[in-house]
Structures are given as C-alpha cells and as structure tokens.
Design a protein around this ligand. Structure first.
Ligand code: FES
Length: 276
C-alpha cells in the first residue's frame, strides 16, 4: 500500500487522449507491500513492451481485486481519459465466479458514467491462465534454468544451523481475548475495506485496552458481501457492517471494552456480549 507502487505508468507524449490506450493490470492483492511493488514492476515492463509495438499508450495502471488498493473502479477512474481501456487479469488462481462479478463491477462503473462524453471502450482480456502461449513461456523458463551454469541445488545439509530451527516464541499462544476478522474480499475491497484497514489498525494500536485484548486478522470473502465492509468479532460471533471511518472506533470499543453490541450495525450474531 505504499504510494509509489500505485502510481500509473504514464507516457507524457501520449497524455493527449487522441488515439490512446490504457491497460488495467488486475491482480489479487497481497498482505505484504512487495506484492504491490511486483505488480508495479510488471506494469512497467508491460508498458515498455506495448510501446515497443508502436502503440500510443496512456498508462498501465495496476489494480487489485482484494487486500490492496486501488480497486478496479478506482483504476478505471484513473484511466478514464483513454479511448480504450483493456482490463488484463493476471490473477492466480483464476476463479470464474470472481471474473463474473468483475464483469458486473465494470458494467456498474460504465453505467455510472452514462452521459459523459467520450466514454472509453472497455475490453476484458483473456485471463492469464487461459493465455495459449503461457505453457510455451513456462517451458522456456524451465529450459533456461536447466541450462544455466550457475543454477544451484537447494542445500540438503542437515546440521545445527539457525535456518533449521524456528524461534521458541512461535510456540506461545498470545493473550488476546478477541479475534477481530476484517474482510478484505473483492466486494468489501470495492467498498473501501482496504482503505479502512489502517484506520482499524490505528484504533487498536492507540488504545491500550484494545491493544491488549484484540488481535486483528484479515480474511477473504465471508459471503454476506452486501453488508460490507464487514467486521466480525469473536468469540461472541457478532457480525457488523457496513463499517466506515466514523464507526470503526466506537463499535469496536463499545464491544470489547464495554460489552455492548451496536444494534444498528449488527448484521448477525447475539444481541449481547457474553464474557468468557
Ligand atoms: S467480500 Fe467481504 S463478505 Fe464478501
């Protein structure tokens, strides 16, 4: 979620919307910052390759279906000046149900731009795993690594090196009394869950009571997406949504510190908090 990795790769000379093309490079998000960096680097390489074909390219914009930002609608907004936008999914695994929903998301984005002149043409490209040439590329990679003189075996030595042992701390169960599950699935992400995660983390970090009692965990889709962004508090099993910047801190503090369930935002689960 670092800023530079989300900047679109633009070509100044192509910044007029003349015969312009924009590409949204669409990936699954990652829980670690390097995931966004890797996608940004791939976007840069793709930009070089497409312009080498002689095409006028406005930008290659990374986007994420979950866990990271920008989400697809934001990426489309950033590309809206182009005449044509190609959405290029590089998701592994490639889930047909997720792709169907992404189609709907794109249709909604288009519907929200009705009446705007020069709406871009939107093309959803073939998913990466269905690219016919992919097997050939992978075969070349295997051939290349097998013929490289410096290709090394993974060491098989068994001794008493540090890498052979995990730290003792990894055997200890922490004292947290509550697990707070925060959905970072595609639909919650499209509704702002990724941007709200730092707010949730800040709320817990800045409150000694919450910090001691709560462990935050990101999850994939929990299914009642229409109520997202979704927060689930265990052990009580109270589901809350839709969460936003203004209700995260009061709902969580009421629940964890004062045993009160916010009835307005309770989607599912008991009306009262039972202490364990
Ligand atoms: S994406 Fe969050 S509940 Fe489905």
């Amino acid at each position: 979620m670092t800023t530079p990795t989300h900047l679109p790769i633009t070509t100044d000379a192509a910044a007029d919307k003349g015969a312009s093309l924009a590409i949204v490079l669409l990936s699954r998000g990652a829980a670690y910052a390097n995931g966004a960096t890797e996608l940004a680097e791939l976007a840069q390489r793709l930009h070089t390759a497409v312009t080498a074909q002689g095409r006028s390219l406005l930008m290659v914009q990374p986007a994420f279906v979950d866990r990271s930002q920008p989400a697809l609608p934001e990426a489309l907004d950033l590309c809206a000046a182009a005449q044509t936008i190609v959405i290029l999914p590089v998701m592994v695994p490639d889930e047909p149900s997720l792709r169907r929903w992404l189609h709907k998301l794109i249709m909604r984005w288009r519907a929200s731009h009705v009446g705007i002149d020069d709406r871009p043409r939107l093309i959803f490209a073939q998913p990466l795993l269905q690219t016919p040439q992919l097997a050939d590329v992978l075969a070349l990679t295997v051939q290349e690594v097998l013929t490289r003189p410096d290709a090394q075996d993974v060491p098989g030595v068994v001794g008493d090196d540090d890498w052979e042992h995990d730290p003792k701390g990894w055997s200890m169960v922490p004292e947290h009394q509550h697990h707070v599950l925060w959905c970072m699935g595609p639909r919650c992400a499209a509704k702002g869950a990724v941007q709200l995660w730092p707010e949730l983390a800040h709320t817990v970090r800045e409150s000694p009571g919450l910090k001691k009692k709560v462990m935050l965990l990101q999850t994939s889709c929990q299914y009642p997406c229409n109520h997202g962004p979704l927060m689930i508090v265990y052990p009580g099993g109270q589901w809350y949504g839709p969460m936003d910047r203004s209700n995260i801190a009061p709902v969580l503090s009421q629940h964890v510190l004062h045993d009160q369930v916010n009835e307005d935002l309770r989607v599912h689960g008991p009306r009262t908090v039972v202490r364990i």
